[in-house]
Design a protein around this ligand. Structure first.
Ligand code: HEC
Length: 112
């Protein structure tokens, strides 16, 4: 005895679940893939004790060794405007979710 309606319902539900999963999932960060994305970041973040002169003299935070989830959240906050620093907003605006995940993986695995 077969239950085509049950099968159809189960199939529909699993399709919905798959779609919800795809939406909720953050891209997995690839530290290796960040290697060609960090050049711009290193200009400010790669120099120990570096302070930007624009728009005001400002201490640049160290990224190496911070939690990947924290770094992604920070970059998203610059992109959305929740964080207001103008240079970081400009930079984050050009990053995709994948870029952010890759950069976070790279910096979280780096100790300095
Ligand atoms: C022009 C200099 C400059 C460049 C280039 C730059 N940053 Fe920044 N970044 C800053 C400054 C200054 C801050 C601190 C801003 C603030 O207080 O919100 C900052 C903050 C951050 C933060 C938050 C750190 C924390 O501790 O909360 C992250 C994450 C970050 N930058 C990632 C990046 C990445 C990734 C790149 C390259 C794609 C990059 N930055 C390029 C100057 C720069």
């Amino acid at each position: 005895m077969s239950h085509p309606r049950v099968i159809a319902i189960v199939a529909a539900l699993s399709a919905v679940c798959a779609a919800a999963n795809a939406l909720a999932r953050q891209p997995a960060g690839e530290a290796q893939a960040a290697k060609n994305k960090i050049a711009v970041c290193e200009g400010c973040h790669g120099i120990a004790g570096y302070r930007t002169a624009f728009p005001v003299v400002y201490h640049v935070p160290k990224l190496g060794g911070q939690q990947a989830a924290y770094l992604v959240k920070a970059l998203e906050a610059y992109k959305s405007g929740e964080r207001k620093h103008p240079s970081m907003r400009g930079i984050a605006a050009s990053l995709t979710e994948q870029d952010m995940a890759d950069l976070a993986a790279y910096y979280s695995g780096k100790t300095k």
